[in-house]
Design a protein around this ligand. Structure first.
Ligand code: SAM
Length: 322
């Protein structure tokens, strides 16, 4: 078991396989960074897998592959297959913008992927294009349809931003519902890499919009998941992730690994330790020791808040994988 300094059982590892992305979402990476991490600093899949194996053997049961855009990395299905073959019964998922998913979905499913979260911020070509700063919608929707066709469980992520896509909360929810997909509305997390002056819809505002058309009841959070869930009268469930409340920090069960081997205990803070030397020298004991040290430094909670003085993180979500 992996227990952190506050007694929390850490069972969930998010692995970012690249910081690069083919979108320039306003709330994440509106401009290409001044310089990317040099390719030679990226860990190979074999090196990442060495750490993943250690983490699984110590108690990790859920792994999510993310990025940047993870489908930009060649042979991602091989990496997923390595993880899947290591242990039966793992919860293996991917977060993607869906742009390259149409051609990849079947291979990912064959490799052992079970679930995929796809970011879909708008159903209007111009709005989706404005958000991602690229003409994306047709390919993203094709990716979603293919993922469903090959039998992946699909969840939609939407980040509603005032003045951009906030009028589409109901449309995106209904698009997801009609296809049997769950949806999570994620409150915009202020960060210094995003376009300036963005304002996200708050959890209450999202609920108020949905309540104009549907009756639903709150179910609350289930397990350590950060999403507050709500159930329609017909049983459909949607979720809202409200990091500003940080009520989920008390049972946070996650750690994050970046593509260059930084092990991050909390999405908000810059603190991290490198496992790169350990995995490059195939030293599993050292990787395990670093994992334990990082767990010990996991903060009690993030610092996003609903207060007048908004807290902004300096962490880049395209590096940590959100
Ligand atoms: N490229 C993939 C994608 O688009 O889903 C994976 C990486 S992306 C960083 C992971 C998730 O983080 C996406 O659902 C995205 O919407 C979310 N995200 C990124 N920046 C965010 C921010 N500032 N606030 C809230 N969510 C954010």
């Amino acid at each position: 078991m992996l227990i952190d300094g506050f007694g929390r059982n850490v069972t969930y590892l998010r692995v970012s396989v690249t910081e690069r992305c083919n979108f320039r979402c306003q709330y994440c990476m509106p401009e290409k960074p001044f310089s990317w991490v040099p390719k030679e600093n990226l860990l190979s899949f074999e090196e990442l897998f060495l750490f993943v194996k250690v983490a699984i053997d110590e108690g990790i049961t859920k792994i999510r592959i993310t990025g940047g855009e993870p489908l930009l990395r060649t042979d991602l299905d091989k990496f997923i297959e390595m993880i899947n073959n290591h242990k039966n019964g793992l919860d293996l998922a991917l977060t993607t913008n869906g742009f390259l998913l149409k051609d990849a979905a079947q291979k990912l499913k064959n490799a052992g992927l079970q679930r995929v979260n796809i970011s879909l911020d708008s159903l209007k070509q111009d709005v989706a294009g404005k958000m991602a700063q690229k003409n994306v919608l047709v390919k993203v929707q094709a990716g979603i349809e293919e993922a469903l066709k090959v039998g992946l469980e699909v969840k939609i992520n939407m980040v509603p931003i005032k003045g951009i896509n906030d009028t589409e909360v109901l449309d995106v929810l209904e698009y997801a519902k009609a296809r049997g997909m769950s949806i999570r509305f994620i409150e915009y997390m202020e960060n210094t890499h995003a376009k300036e002056k963005l304002k996200g819809l708050g959890a209450k505002e999202v609920q108020d919009i949905i309540a104009t058309k549907y009756h639903f009841k709150a179910i609350g959070r289930v397990g350590p998941s950060p999403a507050h869930l709500f159930e329609f009268d017909d049983g459909y469930v949607f979720g809202i992730i409200d990091p500003h409340k940080h009520d989920f920090c008390q049972d946070c069960n996650r750690i994050r690994l970046t593509a260059e081997g930084m092990l991050i205990p909390c999405l908000y803070f810059d603190e991290a330790m490198s496992i790169s030397n350990a995995v490059q020298t195939k030293n599993s004991e050292s990787a395990s020791a670093i994992l334990k040290r990082v767990l010990y430094t996991k903060p009690e909670k993030n610092l996003w808040s609903h207060d007048a003085i908004n807290q902004s993180s300096t962490r880049a979500f395209y590096q940590t994988g959100g």
